[in-house]
Write a protein that binds this ligand. Structure first.
Ligand code: FAD
Length: 444
């Protein structure tokens, strides 16, 4: 009787996990050998299931595990059948020899477990980037099958534990004492290093804010471990290492950095780079209260007074929903008044490219891009901005991008939803006039 052939192993098809894509720049599309991946206007992949051959190359290329292999019920049954056949055949385990050095390293690294997010707060109010990091950390914790933990340090900050649970943390390490009322590098360094020494996390994420950059650098130096600043993508490799992707060489390439010999692996991520997680009020978890024997007298720096640098109304372009940015094409500081006029009509704020900031036409806190702010508004209008990669990384995740440029080949048009080729000095006043007419017609 002819021997029955085992069924063919199904390969499945790639699928996008909802709300996971960070529009990293079409790495999945480049990885696909059969052109089965198209990108939509948001920079998210659309997979042609008819063409997909299930090679999983796009899944491996994704820096944030936003793609997965999907198997139908029938395919899952075949996979289970094959597994059973393999077990019955008693396939011998493959012995892999590793050196003593490698064995020691593995043992050292395995002592560290869990993903931590440092919750940055000022006066008891958390920085939004901390919750965005809980979203990113949640994906990493899921892939590693470990706990997602938040670290809250401050004075009378217990309420932030509930917020951390609501944004997805399963456990919170809480250090709550008057000595931590104001941020000082020395005191917070003591707190975080103490916690790491005691509980040994494998990954720590912090916001790439002034505070986060300062603290992360100090902690990494104290713990003698690696730190990657300004990451734009985070993922886990098959050896459980953190793949930390960030722009390098002036933003011309994306580098993926691995810290494979030391723990914890530390990364900072700028605000608005990661998505906000769903808010689930009432979610609970474990709170681990830690008392540190640190006294005010041991610190060299005293905070005598806190002076806010906010003079009048402070504009935060990072949180704005409508941004009108000007570049070198604005030709002078005085012409930004034209952008402000349009911004006033639509309830927006004015941003700028680095060239405009370097020229002294706009203050540095309005700069969008790699060395400025990362923004994700509903509408971004780029006026007289060429679209250098360092500018694009700061705004390409905007929901709708309108570019105005007289050069039809300007790179900004590659990310624009709508492109207007022409002289901005004619186009912008015309848009402002039209907006006013429409508002008048509606009686606003
Ligand atoms: C390490 C590093 C970090 C950087 N970080 C940033 C950053 O954070 N943000 C940033 O923006 N840049 C950054 N840059 C600079 C970046 O490389 C570009 O030099 C800069 O973005 C260019 O600014 P721009 O588009 O305003 O000027 P240009 O490149 O000079 O473009 C001006 C555009 O205006 C158009 N134009 C001129 N006149 C008109 C008109 N009348 N009507 C319509 N269009 C007109 C032109 O066609 C042109 O496309 C960085 C560079 C480096 C090396």
């Amino acid at each position: 009787m002819a021997e029955q052939k085992p069924p063919k192993k199904p390969r499945g098809t790639a699928r996008l996990i909802d709300n996971s894509c960070i529009a990293c720049g079409a790495r999945c599309q480049s990885a696909c050998p059969v052109d089965a991946v198209e990108m939509n206007e948001k920079g998210e992949p659309i997979i042609d299931f008819g063409k997909c051959i299930g090679c999983a190359k796009c899944v491996k290329a994704c820096p944030v595990t936003a793609l997965e292999m999907f198997f139908t019920l029938e395919e899952k049954q075949v996979l289970a059948e094959l597994k059973k056949l393999q077990e019955q055949a008693g396939a011998p385990p493959v012995a892999v020899e590793i050196s003593d050095e490698e064995a020691q390293l593995r043992q050292k690294l395995a002592a560290y477990q869990g993903v931590w997010v440092f919750v940055e707060q000022t006066g008891g109010e958390a920085a939004k980037v901390s919750w965005e990091l809980l979203w990113a950390g949640g994906l990493l914790a899921r892939d590693l099958n470990v706990e997602l933990c938040a670290v809250v340090v401050g004075d009378q900050v217990g309420h932030l534990c509930d917020e951390a649970f609501a944004y997805g943390a399963q456990k919170v390490y809480l250090v709550d004492a008057p000595v931590f009322k104001h941020y000082r590098t020395a005191s917070y360094l003591e707190a975080v290093s103490y916690l790491v020494g005691k509980y040994q996390p494998e990954i720590i994420l912090m916001g790439a804010t002034g505070l986060g950059r300062d603290l992360a650098g100090a902690v990494a130096t104290r713990l003698q471990t690696g730190l990657t600043a300004d990451c734009t993508g985070l993922a886990i490799d098959e050896k459980r290492n953190l793949l930390q992707t960030r722009p390098a060489f002036g933003g011309n390439i994306m580098a993926t950095i691995v810290c494979d010999h030391y723990r914890p692996q530390m990364s900072t991520v700028r605000p608005h780079v990661m998505s906000m997680p769903e808010h689930m009020p009432g979610a609970t978890g474990e709170i681990v209260r830690v008392d540190l024997p640190l006294r005010e007298e041991e610190l060299l720096i005293r905070v005598l007074q806190v002076i806010s640098d906010k003079q009048g109304e402070q504009i935060d372009i990072a949180g704005a929903e409508f941004i009108i940015s000007g570049g070198r094409g604005m030709m002078g500081k005085e012409n930004f008044a034209m952008l402000q006029e349009l911004a006033n009509e639509v309830g927006g704020v004015v941003g700028a490219s680095r060239s405009a900031v370097d020229a002294g036409w706009m203050p540095a806190d309005r700069q969008v891009g790699q060395t400025g702010k990362t923004v994700r508004p509903k509408v971004y209008i780029a006026c007289g901005i060429s679209g250098a990669i360092q500018h694009l990384v700061g705004m390409q995740d905007s929901d709708l991008i309108i570019a105005i440029n007289r050069d039809k080949d300007a790179p900004i048009f590659q990310v624009a939803t709508y492109g207007l080729v022409g002289d901005l000095f004619q186009i912008i006043p015309a848009i402002t006039r039209r907006v006013r007419e429409l508002k008048q017609a509606k009686g606003q």
